[in-house]
Design a binder for this molecule. Structure first.
Ligand code: NDP
Length: 315
């Protein structure tokens, strides 16, 4: 297996990873980044970002991540495609990270910015039709286009589900919103947006029993949890927007994770329980999960890594 060595290895390329890269590169630490399975992170699958300071007119998520990338590369980031597949954090100052089972990087410090991924319902046909691009998706912005003027369903009742339902309502003929309780979790403003959109029909107390269809989605079998009545809706697209889980499984043997899988860091820092390993962004934040907080925590991770290297005489 090919071997390489580096002072600062950054895993993940969302706002946290790129901000860490900008700070580490400007500090002369020559960071190396592996971008992970979704280069640019979750913002590459959203549309308007209106709450990142510095963009008075808002900006498209993918465009903003291109700006992050260019800014980090301007300061010399060694930016690479690839996924971390295995880690060995047993030797402080010489942590090992295997990339795509082909390259082993030995890093004095590792900054984990691997983010979070969409959750699924776990229904058999949901998985099958998701894998073969048969009309099940967790990204309305990516896939809504394919269902123009058609009827679709979206599961979830948080801000994401509301945002995506509203997005779909502009493209599709009709959007069924499947809410498992008798109320939303989303903020009032997002709820109102959905409730005031005529072609969104909200079905409360509704569970999905089955996604229907062979080669493509044809409908969904639903149950009303109040009266146990089963119904079927005819839809060609089935969207799932029920939250995310942190991409931290490969670190579980070494790092302390909370019960939901988020990496635990020392209060007010990015330090994990392992010396020289720092965590930032959604991989360690289940509360705020915003681009701007992720970026802020990426900055913290780079500064923590820089101070650690200096204190240990490693750089
Ligand atoms: P949330 O965790 O906030 O909401 C998840 C939703 O999915 C909940 O309504 C939950 O139901 C539902 N759900 C979970 N599991 C299932 C299941 N198995 N079957 C059916 N429904 C299920 O996730 P979001 O992705 O919506 O939001 C994450 C964070 O990002 C939040 O803090 C949110 O405010 C923020 N955000 C902000 C935006 C904005 O301000 N523009 C846009 C998007 C996200 P239940 O309520 O019953 O638990």
């Amino acid at each position: 297996m090919a071997q390489e060595q580096v002072d600062v290895l950054i895993l993940g390329s969302g706002p946290a990873g790129y901000t860490a890269a900008i700070y580490a590169a400007r500090a002369g630490l020559k960071p190396m980044m592996y971008q992970g399975g979704q280069p640019g992170g979750q913002l590459t699958i959203t549309t308007d970002v209106e709450n990142f300071p510095g963009y008075p007119e808002g900006i498209q998520g993918p465009e903003m991540m291109e700006d992050f990338r260019k800014q980090a590369e301007r300061f010399g980031l060694d930016n690479r495609y690839g996924m971390a597949t295995k880690v060995d954090f047993s030797t402080p100052g010489a942590h090992k990270v295997t990339i795509d089972d082909t390259i082993e990087i030995t890093a004095k410090t590792v900054i984990i910015a691997t983010g979070a991924s969409a959750k699924w319902l776990g229904l058999e046909n949901e998985t099958r039709l998701r894998m073969n691009a048969g009309g099940v998706s967790a990204c309305a912005v990516c896939d809504g286009f394919f269902f123009r003027k058609q009827d679709v369903a979206i599961v979830g009742a948080g801000d994401t589900a509301c945002e995506e339902a509203h997005y779909l309502s502009k493209l599709c003929n009709k959007v069924y919103m499947l809410v498992r309780r008798d109320e939303f979790r989303a903020s009032q403003i997002m709820q109102n947006r959905v409730k005031n959109t005529p072609n969104i029909e909200i079905l409360f107390n509704t569970e999905t029993l089955e996604v229907l269809g062979e080669d493509g989605v044809t409908g969904a079998r639903l149950k009303n949890t109040k009266n146990n009545e089963e119904t079927t809706i005819d839809v060609t697209g089935f969207f799932v927007a029920i939250g995310h889980q942190p991409n931290t499984q490969i670190f579980a043997d070494y790092l302390t994770l909370d019960e939901a899988g988020y990496i635990e860091t020392e209060k007010g820092s990015s330090r994990t329980n392992i010396e020289g390993v720092f965590a930032c962004g959604d991989a360690q934040d289940k509360i705020y999960r915003q681009a701007v907080t992720a970026a802020g925590s990426g900055c913290m991770a780079a500064l923590d890594a820089e101070r650690y290297l200096a204190a240990q005489g490693l750089h």
